[in-house]
Design a protein around this ligand. Structure first.
Ligand SMILES: Nc1nc2c(ncn2[C@@H]2O[C@H](COP(=O)(O)OP(=O)(O)O)[C@@H](O)[C@H]2O)c(=O)[nH]1
Ligand SMILES: [Mg+2]
Length: 330
């Protein structure tokens, strides 16, 4: 591989993008292929970026809007990652984003140092929250419509699905297809109503939070568990709730993509007690952002110890902008 291959992995919130990227990166690294990842969100303090770092994959993040609205930052991230000399860079657009073929893939194709892999969009067969709102359903359908490849995820839970980040099922075959250079990238440009797209994004309340906990010796799992439990007990309709607690002794990540689900846990459940913990929490729900903030503040208040450098950002995503010109975005 001479040029760096850029592999964009899209799909709705919680579809399994980060999990697939980390599993695929691990597989490539085992084959001696250097990888890196670019994460993306409407705000900062990303759980996904921290998790990628915990997996020892070089990571950059684009925050404050989707790749299309932050195209310059995406280009900068690609440039920054060159210090690691990656052969494959995975990039994950925020899960409420679409129209990526026109606004991101096509303009990137003019960068001669990059080979752009076909755009994969993931679908979780068990996802239902998008069907509770017609505009969200529209956005979901548009995400799938612009895919060069669609892959269904969580095959360990849904036998009809194609990929599992848990078992590794289908990942080698998927990598072979996206890295082969035989499928065209950005082949499906959308005809999309940006007013509806903006309405869909604004259905969601968004909260990103970061803080440091000073406490008596406590395992990271005992910090993370009660916070997620408190959020689940509030019964707000969750699209994706995830948090990562890191300490010198290890990390714990816990997440749900629906209210009915038992939390998915990864990291070191047996990590020893520590007195300093770094929390990142990202919550997306069909709820008013003010309510999200209240719930999270209550959750943090029930944690024994003192929170320092607390930063909570809660909002509804701003309308997406279509910046494409004949020479690319902006
Ligand atoms: N059982 C199972 N869970 C998965 C799989 N892939 C992802 N998940 C879980 O689904 C949730 C969302 O995954 P994530 O990769 O964060 O989704 P993203 O929002 O699309 O990046 C997390 O709780 C993951 O642990 C999988 O293959 N099998
Ligand atoms: Mg993710």
């Amino acid at each position: 591989m001479n040029r760096t291959t850029l592999v964009l992995v899209g799909g709705f919130l919680g579809a399994g993008k980060t999990s697939l990227i980390l599993a695929a990166a691990r597989m490539l690294e085992q084959r001696g292929i250097r990888t890196a990842a670019i994460l993306n969100d409407q705000a900062g303090s990303l759980v996904d970026t921290q998790l990628t770092i915990e997996h020892h994959i070089p990571a950059e993040q684009v925050t404050g809007g989707c790749f299309c609205c932050r195209y310059g930052d995406l280009a900068r991230s690609l440039h920054n990652l060159q210090t690691h000399n990656p052969e494959v860079i995975f990039a994950e657009p925020v899960g409420s984003c679409t129209d990526i073929a026109a606004t991101v893939l096509r303009p990137l194709q003019s960068q001669t140092q990059l080979h752009i892999a076909p755009f994969t969009v993931l679908r979780d067969p068990g996802a239902t929250i998008q069907s509770t709102d017609p505009d969200l359903d529209y956005l979901y359908a548009k995400q799938l419509e612009e895919a060069d490849l669609i892959r269904t995820t969580k095959a360990d839970l849904y036998p009809e699905a194609q990929l599992s980040a848990r078992t590794g099922q289908g990942i080698a075959e998927w990598l072979q297809e996206v890295l082969a250079g035989t499928t065209t990238a950005g082949s499906r440009l959308l005809d999309i109503d940006y007013t509806r797209y903006a309405r869909a994004e604004a259905v969601l309340g968004w909260l990103n939070c970061e803080a440091t906990l000073k406490t008596t010796p406590t395992p990271p799992a005992s910090v993370a568990g009660p916070i997620l439990d408190h959020i689940l007990q509030s019964r707000i309709p969750i699209a994706h709730a995830k948090l990562i607690v890191t300490a010198q002794t290890g990390y714990i990540k816990a997440a749900v993509t629906s209210n009915q689900q038992e939390p998915d846990i990864e990291g070191d459940l047996t990590a020893s007690p520590a007195t300093t913990h770094q929390l990142r929490l990202n919550l997306r729900a069909l709820t008013d952002p003010k309510q999200l903030r209240e719930i999270v503040e209550q959750a943090l208040n029930t944690t024994p110890g003192q929170w320092r450098n607390l930063n909570i950002d809660s909002f509804r995503p701003a309308p997406p902008q279509r910046y494409v010109t004949s020479s690319g975005p902006r």
